[in-house]
Ligand binder design. Structure first.
Ligand code: F3S
Length: 60
């Protein structure tokens, strides 16, 4: 599995980074980047649920 950000959908809300900073980090483009694509940390699901544009997903 792999955690991915839809850069088109991301509006730079940054709640993903605040909920799960070991996995998500804001990039220079003002959008989220995944810094640990394989993470199974519980906060990943929290971030998926909290993202206002549903930009975060998990690819199998
Ligand atoms: Fe973007 Fe959603 Fe995070 S809008 S910055 S992926 S909370």
């Amino acid at each position: 599995m792999k955690i991915v950000i839809d850069k088109e959908a991301c509006i730079g809300d940054a709640i993903c980074e605040s909920l799960c900073p070991d996995v998500f980090q804001m990039g220079d483009d003002g959008k989220a980047e995944v810094i640990d694509e394989q993470s199974d940390a519980p906060c990943v699901q929290d971030a998926i649920d909290a993202c206002p544009t549903e930009a975060i997903s998990i690819e199998e």
